[in-house]
Design a protein around this ligand. Structure first.
Ligand code: 13P
Ligand code: SF4
Length: 333
């Protein structure tokens, strides 16, 4: 990190405890360039009354260093709705910041990098949903939160990977349109008798995992527990011991005696959980989400200072999309 900020003795002292906690993830030589950003961000967010939300895929210096609330997509939607400050800064991707805006339209929602997208959200448009509804009249539309506000506005109810099956079953229908993740749709279909009409969206990070790498890793680590995200391909899920949202994966790790774990998901999650579970060997490889990684300490500080990058959504879209998210929150996890 190229920094103009100075690593003063005050900053060194005030960030020492944090460094002890996350030292395994940041080389000591880099800390003098990282710590001043963490210090400045924490100071400025208090002065300006900004709450920082961070997804589980954010890097440890963001997750532990500057975030006030961390969680999976569902947790961020629920907890973001309860935030008391007038401003929220989202350390996550665009759809997460939009969800916060939909839930709190009166708040200013900052997103440090607007190009932090998501291959799933980009796989479908509101026009596509309108066409699907026309071709399948009367079939309710369940939409993953990894979608744009425009798509959510066309939706009956949202879901996340934490509650997709529960949401579908709450509708008491035989058939649903489930968008846009093809693999999540397959996973959900394996857990319910409700018929699913799906879309062909895929997560560019999770689609890269294969069952072959799991088979190879199991040879090397005979007691390996494999914990996968439901955005993974079906053969990967089949080869796993447990599948769930990022929040559920963290809970699995907290409650297991396993020594070797392969988290089949975005890489930073293993780094974050490793810090709280030092005795577990998190087996890699894992893949990075290029969108999540666009959020950096430098970008966060710039966004806090300038407050230029904030989410704007048409009021009518907010109203319609909000109904879909509120119905999801009412069903819960
Ligand atoms: P979670 O809802 O499980 O946090 O996942 C969000 C996401 O983008 C996974 O790739
Ligand atoms: Fe989207 Fe996949 Fe990145 Fe999650 S990991 S934000 S689903 S591209």
């Amino acid at each position: 990190m190229n920094s103009d900020l100075k690593f003063t003795s005050e900053i060194k002292n005030k960030t020492e405890k944090l460094y002890k906690k996350i030292e395994g993830t940041i080389p000591k030589i880099e800390w003098p360039t990282v710590a001043p950003y963490i210090y400045e961000i924490n100071k400025l967010k208090k002065e300006k009354g900004v709450t920082i939300l961070a997804h589980n895929y954010q890097t440890p210096e963001i997750y532990y260093g500057v975030a006030d609330i961390v969680g999976d997509s569902l947790g961020l939607a629920i907890d973001g709705d309860k935030v008391k400050t007038d401003k929220i800064l989202m350390c996550g991707v665009h759809f997460m910041a939009e969800t916060a805006k939909i839930m709190s339209p009166e708040k200013k929602i900052l997103l440090p990098d607007f190009s932090a997208g998501c291959s799933l959200a980009e796989s479908i448009t509101a026009d596509d949903v309108r066409k699907l509804k026309k071709d399948n009249p009367g079939i309710p539309v369940v939409t993953y939160v990894n979608t744009s506000a425009d798509v959510k506005a066309e939706t009956d109810i949202c879901c996340t990977s934490a509650n997709a099956v529960k949401i579908i079953e709450s509708l008491n229908v035989d058939k649903v349109i489930f968008l846009p993740d093809e693999y999540l749709a397959k996973y959900v279909a394996s857990k319910t008798s409700v018929k699913i009409i799906s879309w062909n969206g895929k997560c560019e990070v999770h689609e890269q995992f294969t069952d072959k790498e799991i088979i190879e890793l199991r040879k090397k680590y005979p007691n390996l527990k494999v914990v996968s995200h439901p955005e993974c391909p079906p053969d990967v899920i089949k080869a796993s011991d447990y599948t769930g949202s990022t929040g559920s994966m963290i809970n699995y790790v907290k409650n297991t005696n396993a020594k070797d774990i392969f988290l089949v998901t975005e890489c930073s999650m293993s780094d974050n959980i490793q810090i709280e579970n030092p005795n577990i060997n998190f087996v890699k490889p894992c893949n990075l989400c290029p969108h999540m990684k666009k959020i950096t300490l430098q970008g966060i500080l710039k966004s806090l200072k300038e407050e230029n990058n904030y989410i704007e959504i048409d009021k009518k879209i907010i109203q319609r999309a909000r109904g879909a998210i509120e119905r999801m929150i009412a069903v819960g996890r």
